[in-house]
Design a protein. Sequence first.
Length: 343
Amino acid sequence: MEDILQQIEDYKKEISAAELDNADKLEAFRIRFLGAKGVVKNLMGSMKDIPAENRKSFGLILNGFKQLAEEKYEAVKELSSNGKPSSVPLVDYSLPGDPIGVGSRHPITLMRNRIVSIFQRLGFAVAEGPEIEDDWHNFTALNLDENHPARDMQDTFYLSKNPDWLLRTHTSNVQIREMEKGKLPIRIICPGRVYRNETVSARSHCFFHQVEGLYIAEEVSFADLKQTLYFFVKEMFGEDIRIRFRPSYFPFTEPSAEMDISCLLCGGEGCAVCKRTGWLEILGCGMVHPKVLENCNIDPEKYSGFAFGMGIERPALLKYGITDIRLFSENDVRFLRQFTAAN
């Protein structure tokens, strides 16, 4: 028994020192130690010569030796490609790392950042608010009472468990929250995602993005509004762009207007995008209604202000020549990769 135990110790040293750096050596190791006529099988056959009182302890030693040989073989096999060891290390830590592909910003993010940067140069700060809003901040405070017909202009997603809460239909809720703070003057822009229950098509979606602006101080006039928007459009689309204001109606501004620019795609000659008119509407604007100021505890006799709002998708469509608004939300990598250079 002492001779067999000494043999096991010698075999253990041989296993530890074995360099199995190719498929032939690994197979030879398997045959020598784990094969049908290998070392482990021969040692198992010697159990009959061991005294009965020592067989249990010898069996434990033999099982441990068998596990050592199997673990050595399996470890090398798993680390090898297709079970074939290689003399080359699997990982060469001296090599440079794998290159990471350059990502790109989403076109909506690019347009949002560009709009924000232009207004920040005019002193506007960025303000943000919740996308799930209560009725007061989304409608009532904006001079849209419960039965106001203008509510039908915005097909709203209400929360079924509590109809007083909804997905905001515009970022005007952020303006109301800022006015309620009572810190005047106010000069902010409010970018964010909004939701309306509209049929998804190439020209409209059930969610989209807006940037709204608000300026409230003493002696603010419509002329201030026009010059602010003139500056924005010239910076965004270039000095050659033509601009016009048209009278309009919004419950939260009086007077109200819509702003058009000459179509960038046809140069004002008329095309399918501008419906042959040569003009494209890009935003709505107006002087903040006195009732809205009162709802936010601001004295309309002392303060006045203007507000404007625009979608981000439409300028992005014009800027990048995109014809389908759905591309913005499909996350098609082929589409998004086009904007790497735009960063």
